[in-house]
Write a protein that binds this ligand. Structure first.
Ligand code: HEM
Length: 154
């Protein structure tokens, strides 16, 4: 493998393999969220809800714990004084809260008819919170990539 032990050569920069996994995983999740949004816009509610649930659960159970343990192992115990990791972390807590809330709203207001899933007018809160979630998720992603660049790109 290019690079030293446990590292990967990413476009000429030596990066720990776990960081590459995090970057790659979050990029795949970004694509999944875009697919889920396109499905919602196309009124394919069933496909939308499967993709959203899968992406959110994988993010929550796999990548968020990975990032938290990476932050602790590199920057020490929470709240990492003197670093920008805290802002990224707090934004992510907001993102996870919005996502969990929107899962609830999706199940609470989503309706089924003839095997199809749709959102009646009373479920407009799901749309609003969903858009807020996506914008906040992308902001957290961009901030994460910025932290990566500051830490690894000379
Ligand atoms: C984090 C999770 C989720 C997010 C961020 C999210 C986001 C969204 C957004 C932004 C829209 C509106 C798109 C537009 O402007 O037209 C939408 C629509 C919808 N969502 Fe979700 N969603 C999530 C999970 C769910 C779940 C779990 C369900 C069902 C249990 C669900 C069911 C629906 C339905 C039925 C629609 C309407 C599709 C249509 O227009 O026919 N969503 N969602």
């Amino acid at each position: 493998m290019p690079g030293g032990r446990g590292t990967v050569d990413l476009f000429g920069v030596e990066v720990p393999a776990v960081v590459v996994l995090m970057l790659f995983g979050e990029s795949v999740l970004l694509a999944a969220y875009v697919v889920a949004l396109v499905l919602a816009r196309a009124h394919k509610g069933r496909g939308h809800h499967y993709v959203m649930i899968s992406a959110f659960v994988i993010d929550l159970l796999m990548f968020k714990p990975l990032m938290l343990s990476r932050a602790i192992s590199v920057y020490g115990p929470f709240p990492w004084p003197g670093t920008n990791i805290l802002y990224h972390f707090l934004l992510d807590v907001g993102v996870v809260t919005l996502g969990a809330l929107n899962m609830y709203l999706g199940f609470r207001f989503g309706a089924r008819k003839d095997g199809k899933m749709f959102m009646p007018p009373k479920g407009r809160s799901h749309r609003a919170v969903g858009w807020a979630f996506l914008v906040a998720w992308i902001a957290a992603f961009v901030l994460g990539v910025q932290l990566f660049v500051w830490a690894h790109v000379p």
